[in-house]
Design a protein around this ligand. Structure first.
Ligand SMILES: CC(C)(COP(=O)(O)OP(=O)(O)OC[C@H]1O[C@@H](n2cnc3c(N)ncnc32)[C@H](O)[C@@H]1OP(=O)(O)O)[C@@H](O)C(=O)NCCC(=O)NCCS
Length: 166
């Protein structure tokens, strides 16, 4: 589909773009059900250690993916979101593939959390090869769980140069 193929994906550090990300998130599931308002969403996407990659077409932002490459869960996808009007056209899959390529250059694991009620996203991640690594029960709101998912190329040790294949 055109949007998926023609959109460009690149890193952005602009504060205004982060504010836009937070606005989109705060108006969308799963963040609505999780009770995360604009301020909470902005806090969750901001920070010097987060890498924000934006998908754009004709100057319009269509979606973004945010990656963390530090801490115990190095290679963590902090958030992914596609604008409502562009969903279901393959852009989310492309953003995921982009994030995975970036992460697998340095580490053999990609981690992310998905809410138990977010069936659409769970289907997508299962299709992309993610497995459940843990369940954080009643983690953000009572009655819904955060599923920690992992996609892996293999163990941390025994790979020269991080995740590179020999
Ligand atoms: C999840 C999301 C990033 C996927 O992007 P996308 O461009 O719609 O995805 P693709 O077109 O590449 O793939 C389609 C798949 O995405 C999932 N999906 C589609 N619409 C969705 C929606 N509104 N919410 C969640 N998942 C959705 C479905 O698994 C769909 O596959 P299916 O048609 O076989 O059911 C996007 O739908 C979105 O931003 N959803 C709302 C925010 C969200 O749930 N983010 C993930 C938090 S962990």
């Amino acid at each position: 589909m055109t949007i998926r193929k023609k959109a460009t994906i690149s890193r952005t550090r602009k504060a205004e773009y982060l504010r836009r990300c937070a606005r989109i998130m705060a108006a969308s599931e799963p963040w609505l059900t999780l009770g995360l308002d604009y301020r909470a969403c902005l806090a969750s996407v901001s920070g010097p250690l987060r890498e924000v990659y934006a998908a754009r077409l004709g100057g319009k932002s269509l979606g973004f993916v945010i990656v963390e490459m530090n801490g115990s869960f190095k290679g963590y996808i902090k958030a992914i979101c596609v604008a409502p009007e562009a969903r279901g056209l393959g852009l989310g899959s492309r953003l995921m593939a982009f994030a995975e390529r970036r992460i697998f250059r340095e580490t053999p694991n990609v981690f992310l959390c998905v809410s138990s009620f977010n069936r659409g996203a769970r289907r997508l991640y299962a299709r992309l090869g993610y497995a459940t690594a843990g369940i954080l029960r009643d983690f953000i709101v009572k009655g819904s769980h955060e599923l920690l998912l992992r996609k892996t190329l293999g163990p941390l040790r025994g790979r020269r140069g991080g995740a590179k294949r020999s």
